[in-house]
Design a protein around this ligand. Structure first.
Ligand code: COA
Length: 380
């Protein structure tokens, strides 16, 4: 009798599915590695949940700053309007025209390897979340792997705009949870200055350049616990880069029409972001039975302070549990969350319940629940 045939006993069929999961009423009780299980193995083996834990974090920010005062000389805006409407005071800009997203990502990865004390050759996989790839192909992940000397790694890019990092983190975690890989690097990096129109005051005030990276390794006790991710392609009407892809390849006309820069209809995006990020953060708390006091930190995407405030209020969290660096870097798209994790690393304690939440272009949104895996030596 064949394994998948209808006559084959149900429990054995289920047991032969790679990544066997036992669920009750939607709650995951355990998940094995991709090894084939037999019924005997189930009864005689102690099954442990393998999590993908963040074991190191690093980031890179270009030195050049673009302040609100600088923007006042470029477009019809003012510092007070930008601060009160967005919370942003300055952003970093990668000015050297010979440097791109992969250069920032590579710097973040090099710092990550140094912090963790491992060699680039030990990396199994690099996933890069970005909407500003150096070029359509090869992937930015290829370029970063080459720049850091990750000779045994493969990799790919993932496009989910401002939710890119949590989408990539969730994806990378699967490879660790199955037991397939021991060291996965997730990078969030964007050179937004490459696609910002610095004559459009409604968008140029928002974005900055930067990169962040985390290392995922197996842990029996801590790591990514749950995720809730969404896409809605109707959002493309309100936030997108109109040209440069296969729909509207670059032409003189697309360049003249400024169709290669960010197009955003701010108000509906703002409303969708407030609802999307707040709802999903609340939902992930509820389905993991987390009360407000159980959550140690909210690490939100940094698009607008008012969106972050709405999310924090919906979760019932006090402001001191929310990581905010938007005033220094603006919206660095896929890099905001890893840069926040980097900036708050020394405050996170082993076992802390942390919610990452994001909303992004096109639309994408979601939340990840993880437990923090380490105490930082010599932290305050
Ligand atoms: C872009 C954003 C900051 C604009 O804030 P807002 O409160 O919605 O402002 P509005 O678009 O309603 O504009 C209000 C007024 O300010 C003006 N304005 C817009 N940008 C301005 C600027 N930089 N400086 C001064 N005035 C500005 C508008 O022209 C408008 O003037 P009007 O009333 O005379 O027409 C806000 O909509 C936003 O954050 N949107 C979502 C951003 C986001 O999350 N993006 C992607 C997800 S990652």
């Amino acid at each position: 009798m064949k394994k998948g045939s209808p006559g084959f006993p149900f429990f054995l069929r289920k047991a032969f599915i790679p990544q066997f999961r036992l669920e009750t009423q939607g709650n995951l009780l355990f998940r094995t590695s991709s090894h084939i299980l037999s019924l005997a193995a189930i009864s005689s083996t102690k099954l442990t949940i393998m999590h993908a834990a963040i074991t190191a974090v690093a980031g890179y920010l270009p030195e050049d700053k673009l302040t609100n005062a600088d923007l006042e000389t470029m477009v019809d805006t003012n510092d007070e309007w930008i601060r009160s409407r967005t919370g942003i005071e300055e952003r970093r800009i990668l000015k050297d025209p010979n440097l791109a997203t992969s250069d920032m990502g590579a710097e973040a990865v090099k710092e990550l390897l140094k912090k963790r004390g491992i060699e680039a050759a030990e990396i199994d996989l690099i996933i890069v979340a970005t909407v500003t790839a150096d070029m359509h192909f090869p992937a930015t992940a290829n370029l970063i792997a080459d720049k850091v000397g990750a000779v045994n790694s493969w990799g790919y890019d993932l496009s989910a705009a401002c939710s890119g990092f949590i989408f990539a983190l969730t994806t990378g975690a699967q490879f660790v949870e199955t037991g397939r890989y021991k060291k996965v690097i997730v990078v969030g990096a964007d050179k937004m200055s490459a696609i910002v129109d610095y004559t459009d005051r409604t968008t140029c005030i928002l974005f900055g350049d930067g990169a962040g990276a985390v290392l995922l390794e197996p842990s029996e006790t801590h790591g990514v616990i749950d995720h809730k991710l969404h896409v809605d392609g109707k959002g493309a009407q309100m936030l997108r880069q109109k040209a440069g892809g296969s729909l509207h390849p670059p032409t003189h006309a697309t360049v003249d029409a400024k169709d290669h820069v960010i197009y955003q209809d701010g108000q509906p995006v703002f409303k969708a972001a407030v609802k999307g990020m707040a709802d999903v953060s609340y939902e992930i708390m509820q389905r993991n039975n987390l009360a407000s006091e159980d959550v140690a930190w909210l690490v939100p995407h940094q698009a607008n302070l008012r969106i972050i405030d709405a999310t924090q209020r919906r979760m019932g969290l006090p402001p001191e549990k929310v990581t905010i660096n938007i005033q220094k870097y603006g919206n660095t798209t896929a890099a905001t969350i890893p840069l926040c994790i980097r900036d708050w690393e020394s405050k996170f304690k082993k076992g802390d319940n942390i919610i990452l939440a994001a909303f992004g272009g096109g639309f994408t949104w979601g939340a990840v629940y993880l437990t923090w895996a380490y105490d930082t030596p010599n932290a305050d």
